[in-house]
Ligand binder design. Structure first.
Ligand code: GAR
Length: 192
């Protein structure tokens, strides 16, 4: 059995799609949802889908081994950031090297970096007069949104688009592709 952990800070619609996708899988499961936000809606989603959840604060995450140890003790093979807004500390990056991915709601390397999340990204894309936007799935390293790109899909921006309408289209694309890309990467772990 391959075990996935999902880190999320907010609503968790991607986390839910990923959990549902792997609920059907024979050899992969989402074993844990982790959040830095005790009020995040993702925790309610995890609870209704019967997935254990764990909440941590900044001090615990960056100054102790606790999150690392929990992931190791459960036997987590693969880590997914789905709307998670903090950098991952070095102890976790090292242990799961090449096995941590993130989704970003724009076409990296443009419109990434610290503070670029959610509607701020879509507003920046519109303000820059971009003709298209899309989603990026990439490996995670010690910098915001700079790891190697795994997958992108773009769509045209229409004159009537707003940050809200773009966010909706982005979510549709994310929900369609993120679980399947994770599945492909987890299947490849067997061949390593
Ligand atoms: C997603 O659109 C994801 O791409 C974005 O946060 C949203 C979370 O939605 N991530 C970032 O902006 C990271 N910089 P969700 O909570 O409904 O899955």
């Amino acid at each position: 059995m391959k075990r996935i952990a999902i880190f999320a800070s907010g609503s968790g619609s991607n986390a839910q799609k990923i959990i549902e996708y792997f609920a059907e899988a024979e050899n992969t499961e989402v074993s844990l949802v982790l959040s830095n936000n005790e009020n995040a809606f993702v925790l309610e989603r995890a609870s209704s889908l019967n997935i254990p959840a764990y909440v941590f604060d900044r001090q615990l995450f960056y100054e102790t081994e606790q999150v690392h140890d929990i992931l190791r003790d459960i036997g987590i093979d693969f880590i997914v950031l789905a709307g998670f807004m903090w950098l991952v500390p070095q102890n976790i990056l090292s242990h799961w090297a090449g096995r941590i991915i993130n989704i970003h709601p724009a076409l990296l390397p443009k419109f990434g970096g610290k503070g670029m999340y959610g509607d701020k990204v879509h507003k920046a894309v519109i303000d820059a007069g971009e003709k298209e936007t899309g989603i990026t799935i990439h490996y995670v390293n010690e910098k915001y949104d700079e790891g190697e790109i795994i997958f992108q899909e773009a769509f045209k921006i229409l004159p009537k688009d707003t940050p809200e309408s773009i966010a909706e289209k982005i979510h549709v694309l994310e929900h369609k592709h993120f679980p399947a890309v994770i599945g492909q990467l987890v299947d490849k772990l067997d061949q390593e």
